[in-house]
Design a protein around this ligand. Structure first.
Ligand code: HEM
Length: 264
């Protein structure tokens, strides 16, 4: 066992941990952004609210979530450690050794990661904490089963409670389904009507973009995937998917809600 702890606490081991945890966090972002796209559906938040119930109650997802929290912390702690060690090493040999070909993002991974850590803490306080421990009201949706669309919504009184987060009932006679569910969608509407929070989310996504444009490629390389046949695929994923598409899709969510709020 000692070879394992020795390897993991060496600089190479720490780079390996950064790569593995970082690429796991990239996978999380893909799932998270796809799930959150439900926010754009024009169904008064039904798809988003039922998706959130699934994510917060499914035992497999819950277990993966605990791994996710641990990986975020591990990635952050190891990141701080590596930045500290690099600074020390650079201090000894002077700044002349800074690679001229290095990009701004690669030189500022510590700063970008710190911004993202602050972003995640604020964001989890806003959604995750509120959903688990705060007050989130319930909403009742009536769905026309023949058409498959929401025909009526009703905000439940503040005193309304359920033993779980969702309750569904069918009415065979009128061919309708009633869903009563915790309305986290209303929390998104409230948060993203605040221009400062919208700006914070958008700047967070700029930091995510710069972090991933270097981070994804670097993580893949640390794991040894450096083959001429696949390099263009990894470059494509790093730039177009992780540094552009995903941050842009996340940033579009607060912007969409903010403009909807302005136009009300
Ligand atoms: C505007 C875009 C975003 C929206 C609307 C959003 C929404 C949400 C919601 C509703 C939850 C709670 C879900 C639950 O409790 O199961 C959540 C959790 C979380 N979000 Fe986001 N999110 C966004 C962007 C991001 C980004 C960019 C990151 C990372 C950099 C992130 C990291 C997390 C984490 C780590 C959790 C906790 C996940 C868990 O408990 O399994 N989110 N987000």
């Amino acid at each position: 066992m000692s070879w394992l702890t020795q390897t993991l606490s060496s600089s190479i081991g720490k780079k390996l941990i950064m790569a593995l945890t970082g690429l796991f966090l990239c996978t999380f972002l893909v799932v998270h952004v796809i799930g959150n796209l439900q926010l754009f559906k024009s169904d008064e938040g039904l798809a988003f609210n039922t998706y959130t119930v699934f994510m917060s109650t499914n035992p497999v997802i819950r277990t993966i979530s605990y791994g996710l929290y641990a990986f975020i912390l591990l990635h952050a702690f190891d990141g701080f450690y590596l930045v500290y060690k690099n600074r020390q090493a650079r201090g000894k040999v002077g700044y002349a050794t800074v690679n001229n070909q290095s990009t701004w993002a690669s030189r500022n991974m510590g700063l970008l990661g710190t911004i993202l850590l602050v972003y995640i803490v604020v964001h989890m306080g806003d959604f995750w904490y509120e959903y688990k421990f705060g007050y989130i009201p319930f909403k009742k949706y009536t769905i026309d089963l023949a058409q498959g669309n929401v025909i009526r919504t009703e905000d439940m009184p503040g005193s309304y409670t359920l033993s779980g987060k969702i309750a569904e009932t069918m009415d065979e006679a009128s061919l309708t389904k009633t869903v009563i569910v915790k309305d986290l969608y209303v929390q998104a509407e409230a948060s993203f009507s605040n221009p400062l929070l919208v700006l914070f989310y958008v700047l967070g996504m700029v930091a995510l973009s710069f972090h991933l444009v270097h981070g994804f490629r670097s993580g893949v390389q640390t794991l040894g995937a450096n083959h001429p046949k696949y390099n263009s695929l990894f470059n494509f994923l790093g730039v177009w998917v992780f540094a552009i598409l995903i941050p842009a899709a996340f940033a579009a969510m607060p912007i969409y809600f903010y403009f909807r709020y302005l136009m009300q």
